[in-house]
Ligand binder design. Sequence first.
Ligand code: 4AD
Ligand code: MG
Length: 465
Amino acid sequence: MLNGGRSKISDLLRTEQRNIDVVVKGWVRTKRGNKNVAFIALNDGSTIHNIQVVVDPAAFDEELLKSITTGACVRVNGVLVDSVGSGQPVEVQAREIELYGGADPNVYPLQKKGHSLEFLREIAYLRPRTNTFGAVLRIRHAMAYAIHKYFNDHGFYYLHTPLITGSDAEGAGAMFSVTTLDLNNVPKDAEGKVDYSQDFFGKPCNLTVSGQLEGELGALALGQIYTFGPTFRAENSNTPRHLAEFWMIEPEIAFYELEDNMELAEDFLKYLIRYALDHCMDDLEFLNKMFDDGLIERLNFVLAHDFVRLDYSEGIEILMKSGKKFEFPVSWGLDLQSEHERYLVEEHFKKPVILINYPKEIKAFYMKLNDDGKTVRAMDVLFPKIGEIIGGSQREENYDKLRQRVEELGIPEKDVWWYLDTRRFGTAPHSGFGLGFERLLLFVTGMANIRDVIPFPRTPKNAEF
Ligand code: 4AD
Ligand code: MG
C-alpha cells in the first residue's frame, strides 16, 4: 500500500475494527489534559475531523510531551479503541510517539481557532493547515475531479491549449506580457519602438486570457473538447469575484446551437453541485455551520429548479421596471454589473438565470450575429450570490460575417488569420462556454471572497507565496 506507513484518519474514523494496532501521522490541532492524561487532536488532511490520541503522561518523556504543541507534526503508534468520550467514535491509545517537527508556540502563527479570513490571507503559506482551508481545498479537488469525470463520461476530449499566446484577439481583458527582453535596456527599432524581433518569440507575446480560440480548432476536428487550465487577466479589479490568475473550464462543441449550449451548461453545473453534495458532505456541513448557514439549502435549491432562460432585452425591461436604484443606471446596451445580475437572480426570479442575445457591442467579435443584426447569440449563466458564473455563446461560423466583425473592431488580421481560416475550411455551427472554476467554488463552498477558494491567490499587488 502506498500509504507512507500510516493509516489515514478518514479511514480510521470509518472502520468497524477495534483493538488493532495503528500508525497515524499528522499535525497537532490541540493538546489538552492534566497530570494523569493528555488528549491530542490530530489532523492529517484526509478529513475535516481529527482523531483523538490519548496519552498517559507517565509513560512518555516529559520533554517530548512538552514539544507536542499546536502545529507540531507527529507519528503515533497505538491501539484503536472505542472512545469513552462522546465527541468521536474511536480514539488511539498512544504507545509510541515520534516528533517529526515542533512548532514553537511563541512564533507559530496558527495558535488559536477562529482567525479571521483576512489574517489567514496574510499567511496563505500556512492556511491550508486550518479546518476552513482543508475543507475548501478538498472540495476544490473534488470539483476538479468531477469536471474531468463529467466530460470523460460524455465523450469530450481534454485539449491542452497554450498559456503563452501571440494573439490578443479575445479582448476578454488586459493581458500580462511574456518577454525575456532586458527591461532596463530594451532594444528599439528605427522608429524608436520596442524591437520585438529580438525577443524570445520574435514578436510580442502574452499570457492567455482564455483557451477558447484554440479550443475551437480542437472542436472542429475532434467534435467535442474541453480545456481546464489557468488563465490570466491583468485588470486592476479588486473585487471579491476577480483574480488575476484563475482557472477556467471551456467546453467547445461542434454542431451545437445556443439551445444545446444552455442545456449542457445547466446539466454540467447541476452535476457538479450534486457531486459535491454526494462526496463532500462533511466539509460542506462544516462550512455551512461556520460561514454560511444557507449553503446546503442553496445547493439543493439550485438542483431542484430549472434555470430561467431570458432575453437580455427582457432582462433590461425587468431591471428598468424594478424601481430599484442601481449604482449603474440601466438602459438597453448596458453591460450588466453584478448588482443587476444579482437583482434578476436573487430578487426577481429567485433562481439561476441564463441571459441570452446580448447587444453585439458589449460582447466578443466571435459571437454569432442574430437576424436582427443588433444582438448576438451570447449566454451568461447568472447565479445567486455570484452573478456571472459562466459566459459563452454560439460562434459565428460564416466567414464573411466573422471577417466583417474583425474589420469593424479593428482586430489585426495577423492575429486572427488562422482563426478565420477555420471558417474557410470545413466550417460548422459550434458553441461553447467558459466556467470560472473559482466562481464555481465560491458557490459550492459558500465562501464570500474568491481569494479564499484558491490556494495562492494572485491579485493586484499580491503574489507573495
Ligand atoms: O466571460 P468570460 O470572459 O468568457 C471567456 O473567456 C470565453 N472565452 C469563454 C468561452 O466562451 N469559452 O469568462 C468566463 C468565466 C466568467 O463567466 C467567470 O466565471 C470567469 O470566467 N472569470 C473570472 N473568474 C475569476 N477572476 C476573473 N478575473 C474572471 N474573469 C472571468
Ligand atoms: Mg463574461
